[in-house]
Design a binder for this molecule. Structure first.
Ligand SMILES: Nc1ncnc2c1ncn2[C@@H]1O[C@H](COP(=O)(O)OP(=O)(O)OP(=O)(O)O)[C@@H](O)[C@H]1O
Ligand SMILES: [Mg+2]
Length: 323
């Protein structure tokens, strides 16, 4: 049986991740995952009217040549609107990080284009803030100095960099730690500094590649909540990568599902779960309907996967069976 537990007051449905929603879903009369409540549909109407910040057009990325040639994805097109929160999910190796690296200007696309505010992206720039899974703070600088770094690089005086850094550090709730060094912080705190440092440059878009992937589940839930609180206060658009379906549903406006073989966009889904998001929604019909669909898109339908059996010969002579 799937278990519904509570982490920090937020229900977590824990079980074999690929099976769980399939186990509960058939027992509940779920709505269509594309069915939007009137207030949710109205919110998407409003989002669509905002200007497009990031435009990805017919992107293709291929590695290697000849027999080694590997098309990671092609025909990837996408518009992200101002202050939209878009999450990309997909199986390991489908090109999520590659996509985000191309948008960051760290990787070149094989073909296609990326436009930020209608300017073609060809190199990294301060208009794109980045937060990755690995802790990327400078270990020899204090929290404050880490956040000041980009500001000073952009030509701000020490005094104004210091005061701006302080207000970003306040925003992520780390005022007491401004003189601490990264090794004195927990993983969650380091990522909060990384978010403050990225936002201090006032980027147009925040690119986050599994930023909470290395955190324990409790800290991860807290970080998701912090991120939503910060996003509400700052004029920033977010492109977020995750493996975690609950994280994608809790955070996003839209969810883009990438697939493999062939690599590319499987589906772009408008999240039917209303905002503001709350812990109890994890067992609402629209939440479960969306999670079931995402699970199917990533792992295949129940019929496709249920019969998976390892081709193993029996390797024990012990009499009693384990299940
Ligand atoms: N520099 C490279 N040279 C050759 N192949 C690469 C390179 N970088 C990535 N790849 C390949 O591109 C594909 C996509 O990799 P990518 O890291 O973008 O996947 P991902 O979806 O982020 O995976 P994960 O979920 O495991 O992080 C993989 O098959 C990977 O082996
Ligand atoms: Mg990756």
């Amino acid at each position: 049986m799937a278990q519904i537990l509570s982490v920090e007051g937020r229900p977590q449905v824990l079980a074999n991740p690929g099976r769980l929603t399939r186990m509960i879903a058939p027992a509940i009369d779920l709505p269509d995952y594309r069915q939007l409540a009137p207030e949710v549909a109205a919110r998407f109407e409003r989002i669509r009217k905002r200007p497009v910040i990031l435009k990805v057009h017919e992107l293709e990325k291929t590695f290697g040549e000849g027999p080694e040639r590997h098309v990671v994805f092609d025909h990837v097109s996408l518009d992200i609107h101002r202050r939209e929160f878009l999450t990309v999910i997909g199986p390991s190796g489908c090109g999520k990080s590659t996509l985000v690296r191309i948008v960051a200007g760290l990787e070149e696309a094989t073909s296609g284009e990326v436009f930020l505010d209608e300017h073609a992206v060809s190199a990294p720039g301060p208009d794109r803030g980045m937060v990755f899974q690995g802790y990327t703070l400078f270990p020899w600088l204090t929290v404050k100095r880490n956040v000041m770094f980009g500001l000073e690089m952009r030509g701000k005086s020490t005094a104004s960099a210091q005061s701006e850094a302080r207000s970003w550090i306040d925003m992520v709730g780390l005022a007491k730690f401004e003189n601490s060094y990264p090794h004195e912080l927990s993983g969650g705190m380091k990522q909060r500094v990384a978010i403050a440092r990225a936002l201090a440059n006032e980027p147009r878009i925040l690119l986050m590649d599994e930023p909470f992937g290395a955190l324990d589940s409790l800290t991860r839930c807290k970080m998701q909540s912090y991120l939503l609180q910060i996003w509400k206060k700052v004029d920033v658009t977010i492109l977020f990568i995750t493996h975690d379906l609950d994280e994608a549903i809790y955070l996003s406006d839209r969810i883009l599902v990438l697939g493999t073989n062939p690599g590319g966009v499987r589906e772009v889904i408008e999240n039917p779960v209303p905002r503001p998001r709350s812990p109890d929604q994890a067992i609402s019909p629209e939440y479960l309907a969306l999670k079931t669909r995402l699970d199917e898109l990533i792992h295949g339908t129940a019929e496709e996967t249920e019969e998976e059996k390892l081709p193993m010969a029996r390797m024990t002579l012990a009499g009693d069976d384990v299940e």
